[in-house]
Design a protein around this ligand. Structure first.
Ligand SMILES: N[C@@H](CCC(=O)N[C@@H](CS)C(=O)NCC(=O)O)C(=O)O
Length: 215
């Protein structure tokens, strides 16, 4: 049985939870508390030496990386609707997931840190950091916007784990103050597509609960 170690309030854990829910993939959930640094304790580092959430195990397999967890869970459960087996379609899903981890997440994360994490810690956002990142963020958002101009979902006709992966870094887009207004197709996909998925909505409460008391 797949075991997933997570704190549902973090971006990459929310990604995995929403993706597993979308696929109807069974798993055992193990809570690792992000705010008390459970992910830096030796027992967790033995599973993920990166000391980052989430991670998964399946027997002797230890699997860090949110996107790798979704891909493995999809194959384990035969969820080819959400992770196609056709080579070209799979390659397209994979490239969006790789792009998300390498490029999109780091850019959206700048906004998350300045406008969500810093206020949680009673610190002031540094607008100069946002100004520096904004051209890069708009360039990347433009790539998504162009893709979504001709398609409801990122890859193929239906929602895939690529959609969940790419949505996760912008999961708090209003609080993150992501300037979506300049990218109408991206905004439509997020608000009328992703945010209407029951699997996405079911992951919302944990995030808001984590943010609430600390604000
Ligand atoms: N590429 C990794 C990133 C994991 C990651 O950065 N997780 C964050 C929470 S969303 C974390 O645990 N950060 C703590 C740290 O890096 O010290 C993935 O997709 O799983």
């Amino acid at each position: 049985m797949l075991k997933v170690y997570l704190d549902p309030c973090t971006v990459n854990c929310r990604k995995v939870l929403a993706g597993l829910d979308l696929m109807g993939a069974p798993f055992e959930r193990v809570h690792v508390d992000y705010f008390t640094e459970g992910h830096k304790k030796p027992e967790f580092l033995a599973i993920n030496p990166n000391g980052a959430l989430p991670a998964a195990t399946d027997g002797d397999l230890a699997l860090p990386e949110s996107n790798a967890i979704l891909q493995y869970a999809a194959d384990l459960n035969g969820a080819s609707q959400h992770y196609p087996k056709d080579l070209k379609r799979r390659a397209d899903v994979n490239r969006w997931m790789l792009w998300e981890a390498a490029t999109w997440f780091p850019s959206c994360y700048v906004y998350l840190v300045e406008y969500v994490v810093k206020p949680l810690l009673a610190a002031q956002p540094d607008e100069s950091i946002i100004e520096k990142e904004a051209p890069n963020w708009h360039r990347l958002a433009g790539i998504l916007d162009a893709r979504l101009a001709t398609s409801a979902w990122l890859s193929g006709d239906g929602v895939t784990i690529a959609d969940i992966a790419v949505a996760a870094p912008m999961h708090l887009h209003a609080l993150q103050r992501l300037p979506l207004g300049e990218h109408p197709n991206l905004k439509r996909w997020m608000t009328e597509g992703i945010e209407q998925l029951p699997s996405w909505q079911r992951t919302q409460d944990a995030v808001m609960n984590a943010l609430g008391p600390k604000q």
